[in-house]
Design a protein around this ligand. Structure first.
Ligand code: C5P
Length: 222
């Protein structure tokens, strides 16, 4: 089978990472979680005390930040300058700040170069917000994965609960809405469905059903 590029975009908490990882594993493709790259930079900015509005400072920081996404049997590890930040980049602090870091042209240009380099050989599933519209404009398959905001908040609530973190459902929904708004309204590479993307609404679908749908679409393209 031809090894293609698959772009999966959509709002926060739509299940992109879980679905993308399973599709990649099924096809023996590389999975690239671009959100993790922006989260890694945000984590480093907090550590280095660089203000989220300081575009030049963030650019410089990114130039000195090596980000490795490593696949293993249990999932994905995120290593930044040799430190395992897999858990740390999922903190509430990073989650609430990442859209402010991702807004800057200087940051996005460098991320774009890195992301295109990682995808250059095909056989890749990349998820994010601007993959179909910007990073991999020529991807053979583009998916826009969405779900109602209530359902996305509920899933996040359950996920946190399973990790022993109890949160407030309404607060989670407000945070998700805010992040979506910031990501959709930014000037550069906003969250948007690519014209040629196929919309999958996962509100009433299981992860397996979404994965199967995408695998079916991959087959059609081969
Ligand atoms: O996918 P995840 O929720 O981990 O993404 C975290 C944040 O990174 C998003 O809310 C967005 O601000 C930013 N992001 C982006 N472009 C991408 C992927 C993520 O701006 N391609």
């Amino acid at each position: 089978m031809r090894k293609i590029q698959i772009a999966i975009d959509g709002p926060a908490g739509a299940g992109k990472s879980t679905v993308a990882r399973q599709v990649a594993s099924n096809l023996n493709y590389l999975y690239i979680d671009t959100g993790a790259m922006f989260r890694a930079l945000t984590y480093e900015a907090i550590k280095a005390n660089i203000h989220f509005s300081d575009a030049a400072g963030l650019k410089k920081l990114l130039e000195n930040t090596e980000i490795h996404l490593i696949q293993d049997k249990v999932g994905q590890k995120v290593i930044v300058n040799g430190e395992d930040v897999t858990e740390a980049i999922r903190s509430q602090e990073v989650t609430n700040a990442v859209s402010k870091v991702a807004v800057h042209k200087e940051v996005r240009e460098e991320m774009l170069t890195r992301q295109r380099f990682l995808a250059k050989n095909g056989g890749v599933v990349m998820d994010g917000r601007d993959i179909g519209t910007c990073v991999l404009k020529d991807a053979a398959l583009k998916i826009f994965l969405t779900a109602s905001v209530e359902e996305r908040a509920r899933r996040r609530f359950e996920e946190l609960l399973s990790k022993g973190v109890s949160t407030n459902l309404d607060e989670l929904q407000t945070e998700i809405e805010l992040r979506d708004r910031q990501d959709s309204e930014r000037e550069i590479a906003p969250l948007k469905k690519a014209e040629d993307a196929i919309v999958i609404d996962s509100t009433n679908l299981s992860i397996q059903e979404v994965v199967n749908k995408i695998l079916g679409l991959v087959k059609e393209r081969n």
